[in-house]
Design a binder for this molecule. Sequence first.
Ligand code: F1P
Length: 355
Amino acid sequence: MNEYHMIREVREQSQAFSDILRSRSRIAEIVHELAKKVPRSYYAVGCGSSYYAAMIGAFYHEYMFGLDSRAFPSSEFVWYAPITNLPSPVVIALSRSGRTSETVEAARKAKKLKLSVIGLTSDLTSPLGQESEYSLDIGVKDEKSVIMTKSFTASTLVTILIGYEFAKLQGTVLKQFDSNLAQLPEDANRVIQTVEEQTKKTAETISKITRFIYLGSGGNYPACLEGALKLRETSYTSSEAYHTLEVRHGPFAQLQKGIGVIAIVTEDQTIKQTETLLKQIAATGATVIPISNVPRVCDSYEQSIRMPESLAVEFTPILSMIPMQMLAYYYTLQHGVNPDVPRNLTRFVTTDIAS
Ligand code: F1P
């Protein structure tokens, strides 16, 4: 079978994380500079995958580092900002290309509002790279696929690190987080090694399913939005994502045989209700596919993606992207579609939003 760029780029994520962690002194420098203006709050903006990366970043900022952080699609920021009166906000603008018009315009609008802008891009010569007060290279310049994989997790990680460096200044980072962060490239490597064959087999088994629902909570919810988007972009299959328990409030009515439910299951405060929910979903006839490092959860279903057991739970939103990207890739191959160049999609999208 032919290999496309996408799968090679998915496998390169461990290396991308190492590169980012090695060069993170630049992130610390920017944060120290901004800390003089006391930026305890952030708006993170982006489009498509970059918006979902912004959402994961904002979740980490708030939940793990005690910062005020909110994510917006760039267009919403352009149309409605300033939305709240957060104290001294900094805008983090995410765009692999640095050329998506809504994100470039969001950075311009932020400048007009006298907010500091940190542009995250893999092209520092792009309009976003040039117009941002501070610009950060997310690396991964060599990503060839139109769809984002390693650039997604790279920009997620850089966004997280901005919050992390700020929390470090405040002395609010847990030691455990530090050691799990250092472990991330190796953990990603273990995930890549462990899940590829599994996702390939699962994709073959579920290839006739034509509608998928992704479930995740906390930072895993935006990860699921991205997982569902990956499947839609590459295979054109219908997919959507919900906060785990939200599926009970309406979408449950649609569940039946022929629908695939991909759920990220973690051993934390969410597990009890999630396990109960998955049993209820299975009873509707829908095919439940947990992505989990909890063996008993995987053992309960015919299809599952078993993650390595000893992964740090707080990095699940990044690490579980790997099997979701692989599943999208192998499912798409089953349908004879080239995942690198989806129809009706270009590397970046433009519109005349500039004011
Ligand atoms: C954002 C984006 C991608 C999408 C496609 C078109 O790009 O919407 O999420 O997959 O590549 O562009 P960018 O602003 O991050 O360059």
